[in-house]
Design a protein around this ligand. Structure first.
Ligand code: GDP
Ligand code: MN
Length: 429
């Protein structure tokens, strides 16, 4: 799960990582107080769970997808600016009045931040971070994540900071340093100092940078983070270092060790359907871009199902794993979530009963079709425990359903149903 920049900076601060003075505001009163305390020259930053904010744009809710396309088509012309006419998600201001002029549009209920990372819907803005301005001599990149291939944390750093690290890696791979970390040894500050000198920091900044890197590593370990990224940290004109951006991803698998990460979580930045699935105790639900809603049991089967749909030219609308269910109501809950997604044109249910009993799933499907008045074409493939009984339940129910015994055949039915749903408006219209 992701957290906001202002929260990442609270973690940085409590671990001794230098950050600019400031804090988050949602009301004019709070904004005014922060400018009085840390100004007059401040930077004002939209708080959303997405990056690229500086070059993103603040727009009204009904203009997000147009702006998203413009930003991708012609960045030169549309990219947000830190000062000037084209309002981005990161803005400089001087004094309370100017700061409030930048602050107000961020907190407008109808405003969204659109960046190349938010997608066409943009992101609602949860707060504004208001900080003292930093006078920047040079921008650097630093991150820590788990390198799955080596099973170790990996530090990535570059003297080409402030921009997309993927782009730097493409155009100038030698400018990207990779430092694997032995988790038993950790990352003490003497190793940080050697990284600092490899980055070409001046002698005045080697010691503070070395400590900053070691402290960022402590944030990573203490929080069970999956990512700590500072893009950029900067060398200031006074010759020291400051983290002026911060992105922290927390590992959901460790949330039980941190009270569910509740204090860090912002549900307004999450997909509402994913929250609904979580509250209904559905094992895992992930929203995708296609139009075939999938209900399966088991993550492996979910992936095989999506691969098979793709192989037949289809696009899944989601990944929904109901796990081992032996209760009809869980099946109905899962289908309620699928049906409420307006992108779903066809429903594909693929269940392999091991411990789960296929006949109970079938009863759940039949009840759901009646109770939820499901209109979309329904394709069901059942196999495993009590499969004969399950197929009989479906057959005897009288609901409109297509079935197949093999996954490939069933996927083809689902893809065809979705495709004819798409064609229909044209041929009859
Ligand atoms: P992002 O666009 O979402 O990654 O937001 P950042 O916090 O990284 O800000 C984007 C860019 O704004 C940075 O790379 C800096 O160039 C610039 N910026 C941010 N804060 C300051 C500041 O205090 N002073 C100046 N001069 N520039 C800043
Ligand atoms: Mn940044």
């Amino acid at each position: 799960m992701n957290i906001h920049e202002y929260q990442a900076k609270q973690l940085f601060k409590s671990h001794g990582v230098p950050v600019p003075g400031g804090g988050a505001a949602t009301t004019e009163r709070e904004a005014r107080a922060l400018v009085n305390e840390h100004g007059p020259d401040v930077v004002i930053k939209a708080q959303v769970h997405a990056g690229g904010r500086g070059k993103g744009r603040i727009v009204k809710r009904d203009r997000t997808s147009r702006m998203y396309n413009d930003l991708r088509r012609d960045p030169e012309r549309y990219e947000g600016q830190i000062s000037g006419r084209r309002r981005g998600g990161v803005r400089l201001a001087s004094g309370v009045e100017e700061a409030l002029k930048e602050f107000r549009p961020l907190m407008d209920k109808d405003s969204r931040l659109v960046s190349v990372q938010t997608g066409p819907d943009g992101a609602p803005i949860s707060a504004a971070l208001i900080e003292q301005q930093t006078s920047i001599a040079k921008e650097f990149y630093f991150s820590i994540q788990v390198d799955g291939a080596n099973g170790q944390p990996l530090i990535v750093a570059s003297a080409e900071g402030g921009q997309s690290i993927e782009e730097v890696n493409r155009t100038n791979p030698r400018a990207v340093l990779r430092v694997p970390v032995d988790p038993v040894e950790g990352f003490p500050s003497f190793r940080g100092r050697s990284l600092a000198s490899r980055l070409g920091l001046p002698s005045s900044a080697i010691r503070p940078a070395g400590e900053m890197f070691a402290n960022l590593y402590r944030v990573f370990i203490d929080m069970d983070a999956s990512l700590v990224e500072v893009n950029p940290f900067v060398l200031t004109s006074e010759g020291t270092v400051v983290a002026i951006d911060g992105k922290v991803g927390l590992d959901d698998n460790a949330s039980y060790r941190h009270g569910g990460y509740e204090e860090w979580r912002d549900r307004s930045q999450e997909n509402p359907t994913e929250i609904e699935a979580e509250e209904a105790n559905i094992g895992s639900y992930i929203k995708l871009d296609g139009d075939i809603g999938c209900v399966v049991n088991g993550a492996g089967l979910a992936m095989a199902t999506m691969d098979t749909l793709k192989l037949h030219g289809g696009e899944p609308a989601n990944f929904l794993d109901i796990g081992t269910v032996n209760r009809k109501d869980r099946v109905i809950e899962a289908l309620r979530i699928i049906v409420n997604d307006p992108d779903v044109k066809t429903i594909f249910i693929n269940i392999f009963g091991g411990l789960a009993r296929v006949d109970i799933v079938a009863e759940g499907v039949v009840d759901a079709v009646k109770e939820l008045n499901i209109q979309q074409p329904l394709v069901v493939r059942l196999n495993g425990s009590n499969v004969e009984e399950g197929r009989r339940v479906l057959h005897d129910s009288g609901i409109a359903v297509q079935t197949a015994d093999e996954l490939g055949d069933a996927a083809e039915l689902a893809v065809n149903a979705a495709a004819s749903g798409k064609r229909r408006p044209r041929s009859t219209g």
